[in-house]
Design a binder for this molecule. Structure first.
Ligand code: ATP
Ligand code: MG
Length: 256
């Protein structure tokens, strides 16, 4: 059975896609079979995995509306060594079109079930909103990985996300857990980063991953080459940190 994780945070630009793409590539390096699910109409995870979102035969949009199955829509990331269920801006229309459908928060879950035995991990890159798309991600997943920048406003949005996860757990998906909070774009020279980081540890204890992802320009450059950062420059500090995070994830889920 595949382990399915959402990378979610309704704040924009906090490192969700960078985390999803690099974790996918990191797990692939550990010989895991990975499906990266792009659940964002921006299609950033698709592009970051080296797939042209403008030239898709089918995408997650058709899959969620029941017009194509996952096997027909998935594409191989040659630069990341994992499969991708790609997205592009068509997906933005799905929110509205799904309103008419039954079981609309479980469309993704049902679609992914068809390929469950072909993967060890499925990683879902969520859009920056607590929308119907994100709700589909949360309903499909066993757990949530929350990337966070250690800045003052980060904590403010966190309670909304945690409350949403609690509600989904209670009403729609009893399997759902917070796997952990991942500190990303970390700048150890900033006192505020250090303070917020230790507040997170005090408040969330061992739900905070030990691995910390530093701010690293190589991670930001990699998507323009269609490559996960860990393969673009394996020796960079960012790549090393995401590799360590991949190993930590594998350890952590053994204890779930
Ligand atoms: P959105 O909410 O729009 O989907 P996101 O949460 O997925 O955004 P990313 O796209 O991963 O965030 O990251 C936002 C920007 O920050 C990107 O330009 C990315 O390259 C850059 N970035 C992400 N992580 C790092 C890092 N550790 N160091 C430097 N730059 C980073
Ligand atoms: Mg993103």
């Amino acid at each position: 059975m595949a382990k399915i994780f959402c990378v979610a945070n309704q704040k924009g630009g906090v490192g969700k896609t960078t985390t999803a793409v690099n974790l996918a590539a990191g797990l692939a390096r550990l010989e895991q079979r990975v499906l990266l699910v792009d659940l964002d109409p921006q299609g950033n995870a698709t592009m970051g995995a080296g797939i042209n979102k403008a030239e898709l035969d089918a995408s997650i949009y058709e899959v969620m509306l029941g017009l194509a199955d996952v096997r027909a829509a998935r594409v191989r990331s040659e630069t990341g060594h994992f499969d991708v269920l790609p997205a592009n801006r068509e997906l933005a229309g799905a929110e509205v079109e799904m309103v008419e459908l039954d079981n609309r928060e479980k469309r993704l879950k049902d679609a992914l079930a068809a390929v469950d035995d072909e993967y060890d991990f499925m990683l879902i890159d969520c859009p920056p909103a607590l929308s119907m798309l994100t709700l589909n991600g949360l309903c499909a997943a066993h757990g949530v990985i929350i990337p966070m920048q250690c800045e003052y406003y980060a904590l403010e949005g966190l309670s909304d996300l945690v409350n949403t996860i609690k509600k989904v757990h209670a009403k729609l998906n009893p399997d759902l857990k917070i796997i952990g909070l991942l500190r990303v774009m970390f700048d150890p020279r900033m006192t505020l980063s250090q303070q917020v980081s230790s507040q997170l540890e005090q408040h969330f204890g061992d739900k905070v991953f030990r691995s910390i992802i530093p701010r690293n320009v190589r991670l930001a450059e990699a998507p323009s080459y269609g490559m996960p950062g860990i393969n673009f420059d394996p020796s960079s500090k960012g790549a090393q940190a995401y590799l360590a995070f991949g190993a930590e994830m594998v350890e952590r889920i053994k204890t779930l």
